[in-house]
Design a protein around this ligand. Structure first.
Ligand SMILES: [Zn+2]
Length: 342
């Protein structure tokens, strides 16, 4: 147990589950073995399970070194659990939405202190989908060796248990609802907090480009002092093979599911290093804020966005672009993200 004690996120999630109470459904969706431990992968669900309401999914800890993503979700869940004990408005909201959380998708990576899972596979390069444009090697995903970073796993190999569990959760608990939004929390790239959307593996617009643009517009109008997010298709930063969200988005679209908008929050960790260069001396400093005041600031920084995504999902029909508004949103998004100069 001594090594588990060194993993504050695994312990914090256990403690949260202990006090979650009857309004939170806590399931182990798979187990992974790492360093002699059999670790649960947890999914926590709140709210109305009826397909007639929308759903929002929160994912974190896909990469074992990006602990801040899980910490942000555990802090947010903790906030919700506390409010469940007194806040009638939250109970009212949960009658109109389902919330699904997988705060630590890759607990084996957390235990071992690795980006990859215990088999050496980078889960965010692992989906069965190749980039349609050239992806930088090895960053974009490689099949040479699990000893190198960004290993995709063997071609045609079995799906890793963490990815299989994530697919199952998304298919059963998000695709089943009349509209679904997801956000997957990462860190380790750039000076700004980016909100990426598909595709990572191709440079063409997704079918819901107008909806994504309208969501961005809604957020900017509603929260004009939260301009620190940069929303863009992931391919504008870099392209990769095997992106889980590209794969799931395509599946939802091909199978005719209701709208599914998957977002990735890529927290701009280079800013934390710029402000505190000593972080470079700590292996986790590349991905996580280490100074206490900055850490606390990051934990509260995204709560407004998480609340907003729920409000937007519940109120989908009130802002979903249709007709001429949809055409205008499409045109604006094409010009911002897919013109030759963008
Ligand atoms: Zn990541």
């Amino acid at each position: 147990m001594s090594r588990l004690a060194n993993n504050p996120e695994l312990l914090a999630l256990d403690a949260l589950i202990d006090r979650a109470g009857a309004h939170v459904m806590c399931d182990v969706v798979t187990h992974v073995d790492a360093d002699g431990h059999r670790l649960p992968v947890w999914c926590l669900s709140l709210g109305n399970r009826s397909p007639s309401v929308p759903a929002v999914g929160f994912f974190g800890g896909v990469h074992g070194v990006e602990r801040i993503g899980s910490q942000v979700l555990i802090a947010y869940l903790s906030h919700l659990v506390e409010r469940l004990s007194w806040d009638a408005t939250l109970h009212e909201q949960l009658r109109r939405i389902r919330l699904v959380f997988m705060p630590i998708v890759n607990p084996g990576g957390f235990l071992k202190g690795t980006r990859a899972n215990p088999a050496g596979v980078d889960l965010m390069r692992h989906a069965d989908i190749d980039a349609e444009v050239e992806a930088p090697w090895p960053l974009g995903g490689q099949r040479l060796s699990p000893a190198l970073p960004w290993y995709r796993g063997p071609a045609g190999g079995v799906l890793q248990p963490e990815a299989e569990a994530l697919y199952r959760v998304v298919r059963q608990r998000l695709f089943s609802h009349r509209v679904a939004i997801s956000i997957d929390c990462h860190s380790g790239f750039g000076f700004r907090d980016r909100l990426w959307f598909p595709y990572a593996g191709r440079k063409t617009p997704l079918a819901h480009l107008a909806e994504i643009w309208s969501l961005r517009d809604l957020f900017q109008r509603t929260y004009p002092n939260h301009s620190f997010y940069l929303m863009e298709p992931q391919c504008l930063s870099y392209t990769t093979h095997g992106d889980l969200w590209d794969f799931l988005y395509e599946e939802a679209r091909e199978q005719g599911h209701p709208p599914f908008l998957p977002l990735t929050l890529e927290m701009g960790s280079w800013l934390w290093m710029k402000k505190n260069p000593r972080q470079l001396l700590d292996p986790l400093g590349l991905f996580n804020p280490l100074l206490p005041h900055r850490h606390e600031r990051v934990l509260r920084r995204h709560m407004t966005l998480f609340d907003f995504l729920q409000q937007a999902a519940v109120s989908w029909e009130r802002w979903q672009p249709v007709g001429a508004r949809r055409a205008a949103a499409q045109e604006a998004a094409m010009s911002a993200w897919f013109s030759p100069t963008s």
